[in-house]
Design a protein. Structure first.
Length: 386
């Protein structure tokens, strides 16, 4: 009986110990198994800035020369000298080549001799006419003789005019032996060599001279932009500025003004001073037509804008250093900056790099200095090729 009592007491103690274990020890295990907060994701942050933002309409255009002239011969002759270097800048009237002038100078000499002969004969005929007229007044010369002498004087006067006309024409021909530049510009590739015969029928002429400054740009825009362009032209009463950029939009080549809106299609022509010759005929460039300036516009780095199923959005950093997915409406992207129409406020912080690690509510830490530059560079290397 005593043995049973001891066993019962032992069983009761074991049960009490088990109850204490499951009551106190197991909840402690559960508490210790709760995961630690996730570490903050490193990102590069930017600030929404507010300032004046130019509004551009962008299109692709081709540079064309104001004037392009093929220097051709107007007479036939042998090229005696070439007086330019290919690619040289020349001015109107500069000598480019010399045709043998001797045949044309010989004609001038011949016609000059004829002129002097006829002038001498005219002097003699006028003297005879004076004498015959005096004799006729006294009745010693017949009227027929006087009229004949007058006719001879008139004939010689006409011959002198013809001689002078031949001389003038020959001088024009002689001037054509000098092939000169008709415009200011740059000469191209020489098409004929010294010693060859050139004539008006020579296909390629001597050389092409292309005017470089000023120069024009022909570019196109969507027809839907026409009302906006016309409205700004009427509003400003001044030509709209046009910027010419390289094809990769990294180099500003020159700044000009809008000169023409074609009346058939929305094809526009802009004119540039091109003093530095950075625009070249036939060159493809990106044209940006300034149509407005947005005062107090909100901009962020273009890399901050992401595209999702519902459109553009930006990760906005709240005061607790967590991010929020904020839908935005982008008006334009230019020069690496996105103009925000709606969705952001001035001075808000946004994520400009590192978005691929984020989701709404993620805690972030902003990188600065060299760390931020390295993060941007690494993100560029990892970005998929479009």
């Amino acid at each position: 009986m005593k043995k049973k009592t001891i066993i019962s007491a032992l069983a009761a103690a074991i049960a009490a110990a088990s109850l204490l274990y499951f009551t106190y020890a197991h909840p402690l295990d559960k508490a210790s198994a709760t995961p630690a907060p996730a570490p903050a994701v490193p990102i590069v942050a930017g600030v929404v800035t507010q300032h004046e933002v130019p509004i551009y309409l962008s299109g692709v255009g081709t540079v064309i020369a104001y004037n392009t002239d093929v220097v051709r011969a107007q007479i036939q002759g042998q090229i005696m000298s070439i007086n330019f270097t290919e690619g040289q800048t020349v001015h109107a009237g500069d000598l480019l080549a010399q045709i043998d002038p001797r045949p044309y100078q010989a004609l001038i000499d011949q016609y000059t001799g004829n002129l002097e002969r006829d002038q001498a004969q005219l002097i003699n005929s006028q003297a005879n006419l004076t004498r015959y007229t005096t004799l006729g007044d006294k009745g010693w010369a017949t009227p027929q003789l006087i009229e004949t002498q007058k006719a001879q004087v008139g004939q010689l006067q006409a011959a002198i005019k013809a001689d002078q006309a031949l001389i003038d024409a020959s001088k024009v021909q002689l001037s054509f032996t000098r092939l000169t530049s008709p415009i200011d510009g740059v000469v191209g590739i020489r098409q004929i060599d010294i010693g060859n015969i050139i004539s008006p029928s020579t296909a390629n002429g001597l050389v092409v001279v292309t005017q470089m400054d000023p120069i024009s740009l022909i570019f196109t825009l969507p027809e839907t932009n026409l009302p906006q362009i016309q409205q700004q032209q009427q509003k400003n009463n001044t030509p709209l500025p046009v910027l010419a950029y390289s094809q990769d939009d990294t180099i500003l080549l020159d700044q000009g003004v809008l000169g023409l809106v074609n009346n058939e299609i929305l094809q526009l022509k802009a004119n540039f001073a091109n003093k530095s010759h950075r625009l070249w005929p036939g060159q493809l460039v990106n044209a940006k037509l300034l149509v407005d300036t947005r005062h107090d516009g909100l901009t962020v780095a273009a890399s901050a804008v992401q595209q999702g199923p519902n459109g553009a959005y930006v990760y906005v950093i709240d005061p607790n250093n967590t991010v929020e997915n904020r839908p935005v409406k982008v008006e334009q992207i230019s020069g690496g900056q996105a103009l925000i129409h709606s969705g952001l406020k001035a001075n808000e912080q946004v994520v400009v790099d590192g978005q691929y690690k984020l989701q709404p509510g993620t805690r972030v830490t902003a990188l600065h200095g060299n760390a931020a530059q390295e993060a941007i560079a690494q993100s560029a290397q990892q970005a998929p090729i479009p």
